[in-house]
Design a protein around this ligand. Structure first.
Ligand code: ANZ
Ligand code: ZN
Length: 827
């Protein structure tokens, strides 16, 4: 082949612009949903619009797009939607600083992120885009809340909550890190507030048991975290009669019940310990100990759940009451102890110092008897005895708490209920949704210990007639946790509307039936617990209400690693952040995408200090030079898009062309398996090798004894295969190469290259087939053929059946790969 003619090469930016325009004009990546192909739903955790996309997004988008484009090539109708998780505190805090409404900041950032995502060349279906802060979306978040309320899965209760005095908002337990607010670092205090809760505990067993179907499809550590969070413990409840104070009358007439996972240790119990703030403590407390109990409650509450149950705990107050041991009849002192948590089990612990370390520490600290540690033979035996005597029974307890969904902040979906002096809590009728946020801005959003929607600035919004009796009433001033927004967004993507998504339903059950469950969910492990748990919960609820068929929303889960710089998470405060935009300007999109994917397996962290986008840029340039060389070689047929793959003139074994063809087909074959196992980085490495092999073959020309046409065809085949496979990683370069090779766009529609299995055979041998010791035929088989395959091939030979006709085959001796002997006898 001659050297390619000099081309006027378009700049990377020109190439990117051109293909972006092409994809959007041709709707290349729109899910068709027309039933002509099998469907696959690929979901990526939708971004929060805090600024422009960052390197973390660049990583997750690069990885998920490999999967999306791979499935497309394999012939699937792929749904790969995008949206924004656009309610939440950062926008609200920014709005306060800037004196504007959070929508301004939010929508500016969404526009910036959307432009970057398009530039990044991800094969998103933009037609189904959603943003959770828009009334047409949160209307359905409110609808979902009303369904929960209607089915007794949402309720109001007063509860001690973690309160950040700085952000003036309630924090979930996992937003409290080391006793401080995860966001601003302020020490968290406990407060009593009336809150909205969602009854996830009603689904605890199903949330646990349905995980069996996710085994092997979700990362084991995520399953373990879910399991731990739900924390199912099997054990028993045991009832204790209360004997009274010192020698006085019973302090309480009802028995006290403990939850224990070790009922077998009951004979060795020496005391009972009650959570200080539980009603049981108040009921049992002797009058002269009340002050001490109140002080203990205050301390316990300030310490917070995590500190008090840790080694720092152990404070306690003797309540003055005695309980009767149901087995030994001994009198056990009843203490209030801060290591007992009010929300777990029954809030009362069976104190067994001989078998439990915390009980032992408490007994030591307060001079209580350690006991003899007597036990029953087993837990089984113990529950049997308890049930027989009526002192207790088998019981299950969960660590999982109900989901606190109300927030005393502005930028969220308003809780769609009205409080009426006569009627109480009245749901807003469905046809009056959405309850739109009033237009507050700047200082009106300042948290003053209650929701900005409870402030005078929102009076006009809040005061409404009661939907039931028409009297003056007030809207609920709280907004819903953003985890409610994200607990169902993947269902809405399933339903396209005339423009965007439907406005008469949250989603259509028929659409969800076709797409759900999402075949793969890609996102960060930081969402391993709550987001996934709530999404699973909501899916189950909607299943029970007849809206979806599936009970689990995400069939498989892929957690990508983090993007680091110099071994540490990129952060503004560390000054080691790298701007995605700058990287894209400098290296081009494809080089950045390739660098992300090539850095290692997807679940490993990527250290941007160690990657080499320049090398990726050079690789892309080599691919284009190869395409140019092939185009100049004269093999490019005119007319309709050629597809030389599979019709390449035969290259004889032993020739360079044959070796290249084998490399090409082996690459495609292996890529399939590697992609299915998410080893994307290895596929990139294999493509680099193939490009090198093709360029070498192209530069060397055909051998003396070789057919020139077969040689150029083999190089073309390699170049085309590279273009198709590279499309998953570097779509711009791939489109460009595909077009230069003479094909009509888009390379995304090229289909998965066909593999010729004969080119995969590494080495062949001729095996001799005998019948009763006489040679009856030969078969050519791979050198590594297994016995069973060789046996089948041998028995299928006409010469063998002829020789064995009328006789009984008693044995087939196989010595792979060289010999088969069929032993027969007369019948
Ligand atoms: C007696 C006993 C003996 C216990 C023994 C353990 C070991 P998990 O596995 O986490 O479910 N417990 C019960 N309620 C509690 C509460 N409200 N706050 C703190 N601790 C509580 O733990 C269950 C065990 O934790 C229960 O079993 C109880 O102590 C304690 F050798 O009862 B055990
Ligand atoms: Zn009313």
């Amino acid at each position: 082949m001659d050297a390619p003619p000099p081309t006027t090469r378009p700049s990377t930016a020109e190439v990117e612009d051109r293909w972006q325009r092409y994809w959007s004009e041709h709707d290349t990546f729109r899910a068709r949903d027309d039933g002509t192909r099998p469907r696959r739903y690929l979901l990526t955790m939708f971004p929060y619009p805090s600024g422009d996309l960052h390197m973390g997004h660049a990583e997750v988008f690069a990885l998920e797009d490999v999967v999306a484009r791979y499935w497309r090539l394999r012939g699937y109708d792929v749904l790969n939607p995008i949206g924004w998780d656009s309610f939440g505190l950062p926008a609200e805090n920014a709005a306060i600083r800037r004196g504007e409404n959070p929508a301004v900041f939010t929508e500016t950032n969404i526009a910036t992120q959307a432009a970057t995502a398009r530039r990044y060349g991800v094969s998103f279906d933009w037609s189904r885009r959603l943003e959770t802060h828009r009334p047409e979306y949160y209307r359905w978040t409110q609808w979902l809340f009303l369904r929960l309320l209607e089915h007794d899965l949402a309720y109001r209760a007063t509860a001690p909550v973690n309160w950040c005095p700085q952000d003036r908002t309630v924090l979930a337990n996992e937003q409290v890190v080391g006793g401080r607010c995860e966001r601003c670092g302020t020490p968290v205090v406990q407060r009593e507030l009336t809150q909205w809760f969602v009854r996830v505990t009603a689904y605890a067993d199903r949330l646990l048991d349905d995980m069996a179907a996710l085994e092997g499809a979700w990362p084991e550590r995520v399953l373990a975290m879910q399991r731990h969070w739900i924390g199912r413990s099997e054990g028993a409840r045991v009832r204790f009669d209360v004997a009274g104070y010192e020698d006085a009358a019973p302090a309480a007439s009802t028995p006290v019940t403990v939850f224990t996972t070790r009922p077998d240790t009951l004979p060795g119990a020496t005391f009972l310990a009650v959570a200080p703030e539980s009603p049981v403590a108040a009921a049992l407390c002797a009058p002269d100990r009340a002050d001490a109990l109140v002080a203990l409650c205050r301390d316990a509450r300030d310490a917070g759940e995590i500190a008090r149950s840790g080694p720092g705990g152990g404070r306690g107050v003797f309540l003055g009451a005695w309980a009767v041991h149901p087995v030994t009849g001994a009198r056990l002192p009843v203490w209030a102890a801060d290591y007992v948590l009010p929300g777990y089990g029954t809030g009362v612990v069976l104190g067994v110092p001989a078998h439990d370390e915390r009980d032992a520490a408490f007994a030591r600290a307060h001079g209580l008897s350690v006991g003899d540690g007597a036990t029953w033979p087993s837990v089984e035996d113990a529950t049997g005895r308890l049930e027989a005597t009526g002192h207790g029974e088998r019981a299950t307890s969960y660590r999982l708490r109900d989901w606190l969904v109300s927030r005393q902040r502005y930028w969220g979906a308003p809780v769609p209920v009205v409080h009426c002096a006569t009627c109480g809590v009245v749901p807003v009728p469905d046809d009056e949704l959405p309850v739109r946020l009033p237009d507050l801005a700047g200082d009106d959003l300042l948290p003053r210990g209650r929701s900005p929607l409870a402030s005078p600035a929102a009076d006009a919004w809040r005061r409404v007639p009661c939907p039931r009796c028409g009297a003056n009433a007030e809207r609920d001033p709280d907004t819903l946790d953003t985890f409610v927004d994200s607990s169902w967004y993947f269902l809405r993507y399933c339903s396209p509307g005339s423009s965007g998504l439907p406005d008469d339903v949250p989603f259509r059950p028929d659409d969800a039936r076709r797409w759900m469950p999402a075949a793969q969910y890609v996102g960060g492990v930081e969402h391993a617990i709550l987001h996934l748990l709530y999404s699973r919960f909501v899916t189950k609820v909607l299943h029970d209400l007849g809206w979806v068929d599936v009970v689990e929303p995400f069939a498989t889960l892929l957690n990508q690693g983090q993007v680091l710089y110099g071994g540490r998470a990129m952060s503004k405060s560390l000054g080691n952040g790298v701007e995605l935009g700058g990287q894209l300007d400098r290296w081009g999109v494809d080089a950045v995408r390739l660098a992300m994917v090539f850095a290692g397996p997807p679940e490993d962290d990527v250290d941007w200090a160690d990657v080499d986008p320049a090398a990726m840029r050079r690789f892309c340039d080599r691919v284009l030079r190869l395409a140019d060389a092939v185009a100049a070689s004269g093999t490019s047929p005119t007319g309709p898009a050629p597809d030389s793959r599979g019709i390449t003139p035969d290259a004889r074994p032993g020739t360079r062309a044959h070796a290249l063809r084998r490399a090409t087909h082996r690459t495609v074959h292996d890529a399939e398996d590697l992609l299915e196992r998410s080893r994307f980085n290895v596929v990139v490495a294999r493509l680099m090798e193939l490009v090198n092999a093709a360029r070498r073959a192209e530069a060397d020309g055909h051998g003396r004894d070789e057919n020139a046409a077969a040689h150029t065809a083999a190089v073309r085949e390699a170049a085309e295969t590279v273009a198709v496979l590279l499309g998953m990683f570097a779509p711009y370069t791939a489109e460009e190469a595909w077009e230069r090779l003479g094909h009509a766009p888009s390379v995304a529609d090229a289909g998965w290259p066909r593999v010729d299995p004969t080119l995969l055979v590494d080495d062949t041998v001729e095996a001799v087939v005998q019948v009763d010791g006489r040679v009856r035929g030969r078969v050519v088989v791979p050198a590594d053929v297994d016995d069973a395959t060789l046996r089948d091939r041998a028995l299928a030979l006409p010469g063998v059946s002829r020789a064995a006709r009328g006789r009984e085959v008693v044995r087939v001796v196989v010595r792979a790969p060289r010999l088969v002997n069929v032993v027969t006898r007369a019948t």
